[in-house]
Design a protein around this ligand. Structure first.
Ligand SMILES: Cc1cc2nc3c(=O)[nH]c(=O)nc-3n(C[C@H](O)[C@H](O)[C@H](O)COP(=O)(O)O)c2cc1C
Length: 367
């Protein structure tokens, strides 16, 4: 299963455990890495100091390469009137729990593009890889990371974004499709592309044809047959997020797995109402009520401050109606397996699917 990705990253299998802010943990990254995949640390919501601690915790448990993921969104435009109006819109929901909404909202974490401490720390700690989500990092940051011997990756949700990633000299393009769980990596959320993400089967071959570097497929891959299909479409590897939510090493509560896998009718959908950027997850009450009102939502991550406050208020009163439970369209395929076993299982299934495809081809063309 050697591909351009396994060679570049020095990993056994062309599988990346996706970084998942709030869900993936250092233990998940260690388990995936020790099983031969690329484990990821989700540092998008962390300070440089906390990210460094996570890297140290992982490095103490594995000597395999690890990916550190950061968010490269444009800084939010702060519109006081829009933020106040949004809090007023949410007031009735907070009142249901007997509390008022917060007095104001804040930018709950920085973009990597405005965080020189994070860049300095990464260049210093030299993880095997650094991946970017939500847009392009500055050229000087790409150059500094590559100079330090770090492999760089960046999500792209359209061919134009993939071309921009390649033009910036980033080593690997992650083609993230509309089936994907969690936030779309779309560069400009106002452009609407993330809201109506392109399906993987259409996106992947177009991105592969457009760029001269390894492409990783992300979105809707739930088993080894999906990985085999992505490899067949030209990918050098696959990044799976949702599949790892159900691992015991993930920080997701059991209710998250149950909501994704269990109850019929609880389909996932894409919304900007919870965070200010399009993201796919289990449909909750706020998503249902705010459908079509995207233009009223403050910029990411300011809106997320309100979404998280409401989810916390509801959770404190044992009401799951406002829980933020991101997940993708392949979620019903999830298995409750330790991450190392999941990686081994995915590798076995990929091999089986490729052998089966080969047998079918041979039968098809038998004289
Ligand atoms: C719960 C959750 C959180 C996520 N958080 C991040 C993140 O912090 N950084 C990132 O680059 N991608 C994040 N993603 C997106 C993944 O990197 C990946 O593109 C996606 O999971 C692939 O689709 P799949 O979920 O169908 O496997 C997240 C996905 C999920 C499901």
């Amino acid at each position: 299963m050697n591909t351009a990705l396994t060679d570049l990253l020095d990993i056994d299998y062309p599988i990346i455990q996706a970084p998942m802010a709030g869900v993936s943990t250092p233990d998940l990254a260690v388990a995936a890495a020790n099983a031969g995949a690329l484990g990821s640390i989700a540092a998008g919501t962390l300070t440089a100091e906390k990210a460094e601690a996570a890297i140290a915790s992982v490095a103490a448990q594995t000597n395999r390469p690890i990916n550190v993921n950061v968010f490269t969104h444009a800084s939010p435009y702060r519109d006081a009137a829009k933020e106040a109006a949004w809090l007023e819109t949410l007031r009735p929901y907070f009142r249901e729990f007997g509390i008022d909404p917060p007095d104001g909202l804040s930018e709950i974490y920085k973009s990597f593009n405005d965080d020189p401490d994070m860049l300095e720390m990464l260049v210093d700690r030299r993880p095997g890889a650094v991946s970017f989500h939500f847009g392009l990092p500055p050229q000087y940051a790409v150059d500094a990371l590559k100079c330090a011997g770090i492999v760089t990756l960046c999500s792209a949700t359209t061919v134009a974004e993939a071309e921009a990633v390649a033009a910036r000299g980033i080593d690997v393009v992650i083609a993230q499709s509309g089936e994907a769980g969690g936030h779309s990596g779309v560069f400009d959320p106002a452009a609407g592309a993330g809201q109506h993400g392109i399906g993987l089967m259409a996106l992947l071959p177009q991105v592969v044809a457009a760029v001269d570097r390894p492409v990783v497929a992300a979105g809707g891959i739930g088993n080894g047959a999906g990985i085999a299909a992505a490899l067949t479409l030209g990918a050098a590897g696959a990044q799976l997020g949702t599949a790892f939510i159900s691992c015991p090493e993930s920080a997701a509560p059991a209710a998250h797995h149950d909501a994704l896998v269990g109850a019929p009718g609880k389909a996932t959908a894409v919304t900007s109402a919870l965070s200010g950027r399009p993201a796919r997850g289990v449909v909750n009450r706020l998503m249902r009520d705010m459908a079509g009102r995207e233009s009223e939502v403050p910029d990411y991550p300011v809106a997320y401050d309100a979404g998280k406050a409401l989810a916390d208020a509801a959770k404190d009163r044992e009401n799951g109606e406002f829980s933020v439970m991101w997940g993708g369209q392949a979620a019903p395929m999830n298995r409750r397996l330790p991450a190392g076993e999941l990686v081994a299982c995915l590798v076995r299934e990929t091999r089986e699917a490729m052998t089966l495809a080969n047998d079918r081809l041979n039968n098809l063309f038998r004289p």
